[in-house]
Design a protein around this ligand. Sequence first.
Ligand code: HEC
Ligand code: HEC
Length: 377
Amino acid sequence: MKTIYSTISLTLLTLALNACGGGGGDIPAASTTNNPASIAPLAASEEELGRKLFFDANLSTPAGQACASCHDPASGFADPDATRIAPVSEGVVSGRFGNRNAPTAAYAAFIPERTLQTDPNGGDDFYQGGLFLDGRRDTLAEQAGDPFLNPAEMANPDKAAVVNAVKASDYAGMMVYLNGENIFDDVDAAYAKITEAIAAFERTDELNPFTSKYDYFLSGQATLSDAEENGLRIFQNDGMCSNCHTLTDLADGSTTVFSDFRYWNLGVPANPDNPDASTDYGLGGDINVRSEYGKFRTPTLRNVELTAPYMHNGVFNTLEEVVSFYNTRDDASMNWPAPEVDDNKQTADVGELFLSAQDEADLVAFLKTLSDGYTPP
Ligand code: HEC
Ligand code: HEC
């Protein structure tokens, strides 16, 4: 038996060698796409390459899921499926779910790296910044390297699978144009360039347009309705919202993205519909520090109208529910379910705001002025 097998494999080997030699007329010539030098450069900016990568559904294993599948521009760069299938995103392998509700990728470019800050008012030191809801990655490029390899997301076995898929794409020439003809020879270097290009795309106006009604209101080109204006007033005053979803402009002069980039435990209830039933400790889980258990980074509120469901576990389906929770969490007659994590529950500014039904409705009306793509009259 052994001899027969080796004879067969020898024959196959001979055939293969012939094919490589390109001798036999009816044997197709070996594909030349394996030769990096053969990929013609294709002029493009890093941002254009990043855009191709972000929308390419061939960069998962099996093919079928792009970054944009969970960060769809039509859904404020969050997951369009999340309210239909489960509160969290399904990966390319069906039946595999991550444990968190996909946040928007828009305006993530403004999130600083995670640092431990000293409170100027003498309070406890606090964490600020970091990508992902627990801040475990510092930069957009580092973040972009993770979903490709996450078994519950794009499920590639290794970096080489991603790099080979890019090499086989019709925009491979952009990689060569930007990074040299040998870029595909070094998997780690190519992977780094891929993640940097995605980050460059995420910094463009396409993900950071600042074209909401609120922005036009600030520049004097639009007027808020009475309800929206009252909502803004509640947001800054009795609602305490702007204590965390800050209204002050960013250091680079851009108008706010409505986040202090700090971490808080709002006492959000566990979500029984989350396929992952384990407790999510957020920042505290990532750094293994009990005094940070249950805390998540304050998210942007831009395009929040389009990004349901809400909170890290997607427990709330509507903005009305979110606002009602902030207003009445600590009102026993409301019977809100117990928090997912009880430690470190925020009490100041949250839980019993004594807002009227009209104020709640107006807050929602204001939140809806934060959707991009508004055309001023
Ligand atoms: C299967 C759905 C899915 C896919 C595919 C996916 N993401 Fe995400 N994304 C998520 C989820 C869920 C989170 C939050 C995870 C967490 O906090 O642990 C997230 C977080 C992010 C964040 C951080 C946002 C913030 O507020 O911290 C960015 C940026 C992002 N993704 C970009 C990308 C890019 C780029 C790709 C493609 C390389 C991608 N995502 C692919 C679901 C997905
Ligand atoms: C103490 C800080 C703090 C205050 C005050 C606060 N928020 Fe938040 N907000 C957060 C944090 C942190 C989250 C994310 C919590 C989580 O996922 O568990 C959040 C989440 C949200 C979300 C869901 C966003 C999403 O993409 O899932 C909305 C909407 C929201 N807040 C609106 C408001 C409004 C309106 C007010 C005022 C009534 C308010 N917030 C007050 C910190 C705060």
